[in-house]
Design a protein. Structure first.
Length: 710
């Protein structure tokens, strides 16, 4: 059956021609369209793309004189007949009712003679003549002028996986109306293709032609445009070369402006530049992850851009609840968050768990990440080839948290020169901005103007992090920890708190990697210690205790249980254990620290003095004041020998005076504390008074703060 001929009949009966017989035929068409679509098993994958015909039927009812809509409905009917055997029989029966059989049934004696008729429909005992404008001759030349219907090259029901993009859909319309050329760009998996398809489906009445062109490779562009040329009947038996084909297709497109070309996943902009010339007045939508090269197509090209990011959390949750049977509000919210509100990952989860409850998130994210790795690998490979240093920065940032990464943290000069000296240099020079721009143009990060911070999608970071080679991971982590050590430099000073707060989530992310893979533990222990000092100074004692514990474990693995570095961590732990009210545990840690230090070949006498002072504080907190006083005296003697006006002398006297005060020897305590204030003011300033004067009656916990960390 020829869609053009069927279309002519449909246009006639839709317009009311044929009287009662025409109405009967139109009712038959309506019944056909509303018939359930049962695709044959042998119909193949293309059957899933066939429209049911409801939209085409409604469109023709609204504009019966529009031959294009009539042909569009006819094409759908023929396509359904190819995919559904039962429908094919019903359509054939309807066609025979029109009198369009290949063989005239016996007993039928209809005669047509005289004059010119556009199209004659014959039914048994009925004759109706329809004079259709523009359809006097339906031959090859007329067929060449017809356009394929918009649904001809769109997947069926793209809206099924569409949610939370109403604003972006409206922006597509607005931007296309303004410029005629829209570039939807974003990370692969954000739903760019779906948005373009839904736009085309929603606005198909505004176009006579919609054509979806896979554009990841130049060959796929050429192949799909050859199919378009064939659909427009401009490819002749002797196939033209590519240049002639593009020229002929452009000339054809220049004749109309009601067309939409969708170039999906553009990677080489030159492959589509022939269709962006000013003489083409239709609409173009291009989806891409990479925007570099757009302006190379034409100097005067002024496309509109629409960046596409993750879905809003509420839309992601609704999407999962709509597609996963029995999904609870809490489970859907949790899974949406852990999947980073990424449409591809949400769609994957919805399909995987459509008929069963949502499982534990970790397993879902792991499987989804594997699928995303396949999706993103080509992007990573191309970036590695074009800009190895930008690829290094991307890998480097994958070790950090998914929180915004401040420029002021990334551009600190990391300590040392190795490994990855080129990356270390780039982070401390103007090259950093160039690398960020390369990644931004490829939709691999978000960098909002004026924010001075960059953000990566959490699943992108996870994919890179999980697939970095072990040696590469170790080297990158070494650079990251060096950088963060600079961020936490002198973390105990209040002036540095804001910088430390910005760096903290990224430090915790790096430390988790260090502990998981047992790499860079020596550096990591130093960072843990700095973070602990930051928390302790802010009064967050229990957080400080947790980080000192982690530092101790890391140093025992990295340096050995009897190393000097372990002694330093034991001393730090002793201080905070005293402060949180566990002097018994503190004494054990501090005594072990002193034992290690005193057993080495060349012990650090200053550290021993500090350790004795801290141990004395712990003994005082446990009520053993006499033992505490003896330890403070030993510390005092050491510092006095070095320099009678040293701050160590003031600290030792301060701690000794407090122990005397707790012992009840108030007279001696006052003498010692006044001496501590005198030396402390000279060495440390008037702020020392707050720690030393007994009239303030400081608590044992506060007095422990006078201990010195290692």
């Amino acid at each position: 059956m020829d869609p053009v001929t069927i279309g002519a009949v449909l246009a006639a009966v839709a317009g009311g021609a044929g009287g009662a017989f025409g109405s009967q035929l139109w009712a038959g068409v309506s019944a056909l369209v509303r018939r359930p679509f049962r695709r044959d098993r042998t119909a193949g994958d293309t059957a899933a793309l066939v429209s049911g015909g409801e939209a085409e039927l409604a469109a023709l009812e609204q504009a019966p004189a529009d031959e294009r809509r009539a042909v569009a409905l006819a094409e759908v009917l023929v396509a359904r007949a190819d995919a559904d055997g039962g429908f094919r029989e019903a359509l054939q029966a309807w066609w025979e009712q029109c009198g369009m059989t290949s063989e005239e049934p016996a007993g039928t004696g209809n005669t047509i003679s005289g004059g010119q008729f556009g199209l004659v429909l014959q039914g048994r005992d009925i004759q109706a003549t329809f004079n259709l404008p523009g359809a006097v001759s339906v031959g090859p030349e007329e067929t060449q002028r017809r356009w394929p219907h918009p649904n001809f090259d769109l997947p069926r029901s793209p809206e099924q996986w569409f949610v939370g993009r109403d604003r972006e859909l409206a922006m597509c319309r607005e931007k296309l109306s303004a410029s005629g050329f829209l570039i939807i760009h974003g990370l692969d998996g954000m739903g760019k293709t779906t948005l373009a398809q839904v736009y085309a489906a929603n606005y198909q009445d505004d176009y006579d032609l919609i054509w979806l062109v896979p554009a990841s490779q130049e060959s796929s562009v050429s192949t799909k445009l050859e199919l378009l040329a064939s659909a427009l009947d401009i490819v002749h038996a002797s196939e033209p070369d590519a240049g002639l084909l593009r020229y002929a297709l452009r000339r054809k497109l220049e004749e109309w402006n009601r067309w939409l070309l969708i170039f999906d996943d553009v990677r080489d902009w030159k492959s589509i530049q022939d269709y962006t010339i000013p003489s083409l007045r239709g609409h173009i939508v291009a989806t891409t992850q990479d925007t570099p090269g757009v302006q190379d197509m034409r100097d005067d090209l002024m496309p509109s851009y629409l960046p596409l990011g993750s879905l809003p959390p509420a839309a992601s949750k609704k999407y999962l609840m709509d597609h996963i049977e029995g999904a609870s509000d809490a489970d859907a919210e949790r899974l949406a968050h852990d999947l980073g509100n990424l449409p591809f990952a949400l769609k994957f989860a919805a399909r995987k768990y459509a008929a069963r409850s949502i499982p534990e998130t970790d397993g879902t994210v792991k499987v989804a990440s594997h699928e995303l790795h396949i999706l993103w690998q080509d992007t990573f490979d191309r970036l590695q080839t074009k800009s190895p240093l930008a690829h290094s920065l991307l890998e480097f940032c994958s070790l950090l948290a998914s929180d915004p990464i401040p420029e002021k943290i990334l551009t600190l000069h990391p300590r040392g020169n190795e490994p990855l000296g080129d990356l270390r240099e780039a982070l401390s020079t103007s090259k950093y901005s160039d690398l960020v721009e390369i990644l931004r143009e490829r939709s691999l990060l978000e960098a909002q103007p004026g924010s001075r911070a960059i953000t990566f999608h959490s699943l992108l970071q996870a994919d890179l992090r999980e697939n970095i080679a072990p040696d590469r991971r170790r080297d990158l982590l070494s650079v990251a920890i060096d950088l963060l050590l600079d961020a936490f430099y002198e973390s105990w000073f209040a002036d540095n708190f804001s910088r430390c707060a910005l760096a903290l989530p990224h430090a915790e992310a790096c430390l988790a990697i260090s502990e998981r893979y047992k790499i860079a533990l020596a550096q990591a222990s130093g960072l843990m210690t700095q973070i602990a000092h930051y928390h302790r100074t802010r009064g967050e004692i229990f957080k400080a205790h947790a980080f000192h514990e982690r530092a101790l474990q890391a140093r025992e693995k990295a340096f050995g249980v009897d190393s000097i570095q372990v002694a330093r961590s034991l001393n730090d732990l002793g201080i905070v254990l005293t402060e949180i009210g566990k002097p018994g545990e503190a004494i054990k840690k501090l005594e072990r620290a002193l034992k290690i230090e005193m057993s080495v070949e060349s012990p650090d006498e200053e550290f021993i003095a500090i350790g004795r002072d801290n141990l004395g504080i712990a003994w005082a907190a446990s009520g053993q004041y006499a033992q505490a006083i003896e330890l403070h005296k030993l510390a005092y003697s050491f510092w006095k020998t070095r320099n009678p006006r040293h701050s160590g002398v003031a600290h030792a006297l301060d701690n000794m005076g407090y122990a005397l005060y707790l012992l009840g020897d108030l007279s001696q305590a006052e003498k010692v504390l006044r001496r501590a204030v005198e030396i402390g003011r000279e060495a440390l300033g008037t702020g020392f008074d707050e720690l030393a004067l007994p009239g303030l009656r400081p608590s044992p916990t506060r007095r422990a703060g006078a201990g010195w960390g290692g």
